[in-house]
Design a protein around this ligand. Structure first.
Ligand code: PGA
Length: 254
């Protein structure tokens, strides 16, 4: 079975109120065309999960982080089982913005294991902060993957998505936009790292997507030439018309 193209709109810490969240999703659902070959899901702030799930039961919503603990005395943490019961089907783990506040590779491993146990599909974000000429960044990304997936049963890999998000290409202050060639190089490298760690067949079962300043124009070139089967747009997912234009551009090539 061919994989559907996965588009994960990452709202980050937006919008400001529940009312605005419902209005934003209503607008997105009006604008964004549906297609059987495209799976469009939205990573929203924790607190908006229940209301969005209730109002839009057919849409798949994703959490943006999960606790490394299984509940208990961990103030402020939200456990995987709690996310699942709030309506999340999947969870972003190790986004660079959460790594910046101290999440380590070991934490990402715990988080992935908790997510899988609770029935959530993990979306593991990896990516270097800078590209050095000595290619140290490849080792950096390989470490992020091998430390996060240590001890992972091969059979669970099919539920995993790896998002390659070069940190230098994320957000409005991005140094520049990555090229599809850079995404292709990294997707091959990620696949090889997985094959070395598990085996070729298991490595093929992991979905790889790209994120970092994806817009309505460049998105399609990452899908066509970047070696990925999905995208993780941040800012774009807050602009229903532009986000819809990206989805239409993908449908146009199917
Ligand atoms: P951006 O964010 O599309 O706004 O660069 C992507 C991300 O951080 O997931």
């Amino acid at each position: 079975m061919e994989l559907r193209t996965l588009i994960v709109g990452n709202w980050k810490s937006n919008p400001r109120t529940e009312k605005e969240a419902v209005a934003l999703y209503s607008e997105l659902s009006k604008e964004v065309p549906k297609h059987k070959s495209i799976e469009t899901i939205y990573a929203v702030p924790f607190v908006f999960l229940p209301i969005l799930k209730k109002k839009f039961p057919k849409t798949l919503f994703v959490a943006q982080d999960v606790s490394a603990f299984d509940g208990g005395a961990h103030t402020g943490e939200i456990a995987a089982t709690q996310l699942a019961s709030a309506g999340a089907v999947s969870v972003i783990i190790g986004h660079s913005e959460t790594r910046a506040s101290g999440v380590t590779n070991t934490d990402t491993r715990e988080k992935i294991q908790r997510a899988i146990k609770a029935g959530l599909s993990p979306i593991l974000c990896v990516g270097e902060t800078v590209r050095d000429e000595g290619h140290e960044y490849l080792r950096f990304v390989a470490n992020q993957i091998t430390e996060a997936l240590l001890g992972m049963p091969k059979a669970k890999l099919a539920s995993l998505t790896i998002a390659y998000e070069p940190v230098w290409a994320i957000g409005k202050d991005a140094a520049r936009v990555a090229t599809p060639e850079e995404s292709l190089e990294m997707s091959i490298f990620i696949r090889r790292t997985l094959a070395d760690m598990f085996d070729k067949k298991s490595a093929e079962s992991v979905r790889i997507i790209y994120g970092g300043s994806v817009d309505e124009k460049n998105g399609i070139s990452f899908l066509k030439h970047g070696g990925v089967s999905g995208l993780l747009p941040g800012r774009l997912s807050l602009s229903p018309k532009k986000f819809a234009a990206l989805i239409r551009s993908i449908i146009g090539t199917l």
